[in-house]
Write a protein that binds this ligand. Structure first.
Ligand SMILES: *[C@@H]1O[C@H](CO)[C@@H](O)[C@H](O)[C@H]1NC(C)=O
Length: 245
């Protein structure tokens, strides 16, 4: 009898915790305000003006006294990281974002290019342990008092990476049955948004929802994610994918 009760409560705990996105707390400034920089599609080992942009981010970051940095994914071109020891991590991140104002927490999601490498490496706690400011997760929440930020893993939504991968090999480990992954994620984001009391609700993902840029709209997100964001009256959606400066 007690064995059964034990199993029952363990199962309940697993169900409850899997329904919650991991949360992180960021204190706002003394006056209640918050400032942060957002960058996406950046890991080029300094090329494509990455170093120049990094330098200016340092200057602006100092002026704004930023609290943290958001990365909207495509963190390492062309195919993510090869492993936790991939020198691309230092060549594209550590040795590029050297300004003192950028030595803050970075909150990152994955982009489609990251999914072409070793996804588990970018998400690895080992990497975060070695580089304290690095944190990349699939989907999570940052509660920053005046604002709550909801990070959403958008790559698994996009059909063409599954149906027409071309020469690319995507690392779908951890996605499991894709439909279940997406429906659970949408439910969790919806629930978290409903429960949020933050003045500003901000959603962050890699792919565009609506865009006049090169990639244009992401139809899967227009159909599946946008209605949830609208129903919950979010204030802002921040994405990368389209390269605009
Ligand atoms: C770097 O920036 C300069 C100045 O804006 C521009 O002319 C050049 O095309 C950029 N290089 C690349 C590779 O984007």
């Amino acid at each position: 009898m007690s064995f059964l009760v034990f199993i029952g409560s363990v199962a309940l705990c697993l169900v409850v915790s899997s329904a919650l996105l991991q949360r992180f707390e960021e204190a706002a400034k003394a006056d209640g305000s918050l400032s942060f920089l957002v960058i996406g599609d950046w890991g080029r080992k300094g090329a494509y003006n990455q170093s120049e942009v990094a330098f200016q981010m340092g200057v602006v970051g100092e002026q704004l006294k930023i609290d943290f940095v958001i990365s909207t994914g495509d963190n390492f071109f062309d195919s993510g990281l090869r492993g936790i020891d991939d020198p691309a991590f230092d060549e594209s991140f550590t040795k590029i974002y050297t300004s003192s104002s950028l030595q803050k927490q970075w909150y990152s999601v994955l982009g489609n290019h990251d999914y072409r490498g070793d996804v588990e490496a970018q998400l690895s706690p080992v990497l975060t342990n070695h580089h304290k400011r690095w944190l990349c997760l699939r989907s999570f929440i940052v509660n920053a008092e005046v604002a709550e930020l909801f990070f959403v893993d958008t790559t698994p939504f996009v059909d063409k990476y599954f149906t027409e991968p071309g020469d690319h090999v995507y690392d779908w480990r951890g996605i499991g049955p894709r439909k279940t992954y997406i429906s659970n994620l949408l439910k969790e984001v919806d629930l978290a948004l409903q429960e949020s009391n933050a003045k500003w609700k901000i959603v962050v993902g890699h792919h565009t929802i609506r865009s006049a840029g090169l990639h244009g709209d992401t139809d899967e997100l227009v159909k599946q994610l946008l209605p949830i964001l609208q129903a919950n009256n979010i204030d802002l959606f921040i994405n990368g994918h389209d390269h605009c400066l």
